[in-house]
Design a protein around this ligand. Structure first.
Ligand SMILES: Nc1ncnc2c1ncn2[C@@H]1O[C@H](COP(=O)(O)OP(=O)(O)OP(=O)(O)O)[C@@H](O)[C@H]1O
Ligand SMILES: CC(C)(CO)[C@@H](O)C(=O)[O-]
Ligand code: BAL
Length: 311
């Protein structure tokens, strides 16, 4: 790993256009101390309304790279519900303050016309069968729209070859959005993107709720009820750790005791492919490896979380 630039000399630049972004990236890379080779550029894509989950991505990327770009863009294409898009929290000034403190070099906060100059893309990315399951089943088109913007953000921030020095390129995503992460890894592999995808563990509140920008829409009562998600995940994790049968249906039954929480899915899957694993109702002790995915609605807020089981 190359040494990150001295944070004392770092000033946050906020850029809105692709041209400003390219200039800022080139200047930041050229400004690195000589001998800092190969340099590394990290990108953290976000939709803003930053919280400690995002800060964990940013601090990980800060430690691992010389130049750090954080993008903030609420991508309409990945919203199938207009009301959800409109009420999505937008807190750019506060986000910029957080990113300045976290030592980011560049905030890329493009206008819609920068990202989609010709309106909705004519040529689309297809997230395939995986994009239609789990989150995709409840949010049709979500993953195609997500891939469209991630593909573009990866291009916008790509270190230019014209610098003549090798620059490692990495993009950071949270494990909370497990299906998103698997699809981004597939897109990068399928389309030969010259970027390494790095994932960062889920950050939860002290009580166990996975942090999410939409949590701010929960009432106190709803937030308390939502803790059933973590209780159910932990119950199954404990059984897996003890190599007992998982009894997923019985754990999913915990949700019936929380009328404010409407369970959507509670599914054990292969962590790499998200194919369902057949441990569901069996009395077989759990061995191997799995990822337990959960989604639930609390009022208007959709919550997702997951937990790794096994080694
Ligand atoms: N609690 C968390 N722990 C780890 N990573 C997170 C967490 N919350 C969000 N991230 C990651 O931050 C990145 C940006 O996510 P995003 O801006 O959509 O925030 P969010 O809190 O997930 O918002 P929402 O779920 O309401 O859309 C994604 O890679 C996401 O996985
Ligand atoms: C990756 C992403 C920034 C694309 O809009 C978004 O889906 C998110 O924040 O998880
Ligand atoms: N964190 C995933 C982005 C979304 O909910 O649209």
């Amino acid at each position: 790993m190359s040494t990150p630039a001295n944070s004392a000399s770092r000033a946050l630049r906020i850029v809105r256009t692709a041209a400003e972004l390219s200039t800022a990236i080139v200047q930041a890379l050229e400004g690195l101390a000589p001998g800092n080779s190969p340099a590394a550029l990290g990108l953290v894509p976000t939709m803003g309304a930053l919280h400690s989950g995002h800060e964990s991505l940013v601090s990980t990327a800060r430690e691992q790279n010389d130049v750090l770009v954080v993008s903030i863009f609420v991508n309409e294409l990945q919203f199938n519900d207009r009301a959800d898009f409109e009420r999505y929290p937008r807190t750019l000034d506060a986000d910029i303050e957080i990113l300045a403190r976290a030592g980011a070099d560049i905030v890329f906060a493009p206008e819609v016309s920068t990202v989609y100059p010709d309106g909705r893309p004519l040529v689309k990315l297809d997230s395939g069968a995986l994009g239609e399951k789990f989150e995709g089943a409840s949010r049709p088109g979500h993953f195609d729209g997500m891939l469209a913007v991630v593909a573009k953000l990866l291009h916008f921030c790509m270190p230019p070859a014209s610098l003549g020095v090798p620059v490692a390129y990495r993009a950071y995503f949270g494990q909370k959005d497990a299906q998103q992460l698997v699809l981004i890894n597939r897109m990068v592999a399928d389309l030969n993107y010259p970027v390494e995808i790095r994932s960062v563990p889920i950050i939860r509140s002290a009580e166990g709720l996975a942090l999410s920008s939409r949590n701010q829409f929960l009432t106190k009562e709803q937030a308390k009820a939502a803790l059933v998600i973590h209780r159910a995940l932990n119950l199954v994790k404990g059984r897996a750790d003890r190599h007992e049968p998982l009894y997923l249906e019985d754990a999913a039954g915990l949700f019936e005791m929380e009328p404010l929480v409407e369970l959507d899915y509670f599914e054990l899957v292969d962590p790499r492919t998200l194919q369902e694993l057949a441990f569901n109702c069996q009395d077989t002790p759990f061995t191997g490896e799995g990822l337990l995915l959960v989604a639930a609605k609390v009022g208007k807020v959709r919550l997702i979380d997951n937990m790794s089981l096994g080694y």
